[in-house]
Design a protein around this ligand. Structure first.
Ligand code: NAP
Length: 244
């Protein structure tokens, strides 16, 4: 039977590459986006044009009502959900002392509460079927801490704790929960870095290159697959060896 996967923040970057990979591997794919409508619509149209099952849903992951409607739509359209990829996030770079309360709240609302919202909403469908996979996208900064990214690092460290705790709670219900921790990946999220900083980051990775969205998508796909059936509560670093 075809599996159904919902990927948050799939209009661009890692989420987009993940949606493409799951579609090409025969899954029904629900592509979530918030503001990049034309990118998301173009992706769905390309996937459908190639004969794959893909749909689009606009929802801000920090808004619970929108998230609940998205999961209802997923169940109506595809009959349920098998895999949830919590990928949507924002980033921001500034000194800790300059982070305002509203910037702090926005970061945590999208990056961490978004994971809470989507996961709780998806569990309404996964728990009764006693089956499901949840993949949360954290960051190496959540493991090691990034200077001038304290709010981002805190949100990603929160995702790691969330993953480990929930994996213990949901294992007996047949649901696996894992975390992907990307290093420096070439997407729009790097646009604040200048060329010199990127070169420096590249040379500090043992594999001497930046990651691609496809590198991360492959890890997400593996952890979602039956090949990873005995893996839960883990953090898979995809960082070219930058964090060992
Ligand atoms: P990206 O290219 O900036 O894409 C971010 C995605 O998140 C977009 O599709 C965006 O959709 C969506 N998004 C943002 N706010 C949203 C909201 N409120 N509701 C729903 N969707 C929202 O970033 P990326 O590099 O692919 O990052 C993907 C994940 O990897 C994130 O969790 C990020 O923290 C993590 N990560 C990235 C790197 C890196 O170096 N790139 C490193 C470590 C971890 P719209 O444009 O439609 O709003």
């Amino acid at each position: 039977m075809k599996k159904t996967v919902l990927i948050t923040g799939a209009s661009r970057g890692i989420g987009r590459a993940t949606a493409e990979l799951f579609a090409y591997r025969g899954c029904n794919v629900l592509i979530n986006y918030n503001s990049s409508h034309s990118d998301a619509a173009e992706l769905v149209s390309v996937l459908k044009g190639n004969g794959f099952e893909a749909e689009l849903f606009k929802a801000d992951v920090s808004a619970r009502g929108q998230v609940d409607r998205m999961l209802e739509y997923c169940a109506e359209r595809f009959g349920g959900i098998d895999i949830l990829v919590n990928n949507a996030a924002i980033s921001d770079s500034r000194l800790f002392t300059e982070i305002t309360q509203s910037e702090w709240d926005r970061m945590l609302d999208i990056n961490l509460k978004g994971v809470f919202n989507c996961t709780q909403s998806a569990l309404k469908y996964m728990l009764p079927q006693k089956r499901g996979v949840i993949i949360n996208v954290a960051s190496m900064w959540g493991e090691t801490g990034g200077a001038c990214e304290v709010h981002y690092s805190a949100s990603k460290a929160g995702i790691i704790g969330f993953t480990k705790a929930l994996a213990k709670e949901l294992g007996p219900s047949g649901i696996r929960v894992n975390c992907i921790s990307p290093g420096v990946i070439q997407t729009d999220m790097l646009k604040e870095y200048d060329r010199d900083s990127l070169e420096e980051l590249k040379s500090s990775a043992p594999l001497m290159r930046l990651g691609t969205a496809g590198d991360v998508a492959s890890g997400i796909f593996y952890l979602s697959s039956d090949e990873a059936d005995f893996i839960t509560g883990q953090v898979l670093g995809i960082n070219g060896g930058m964090v060992i």
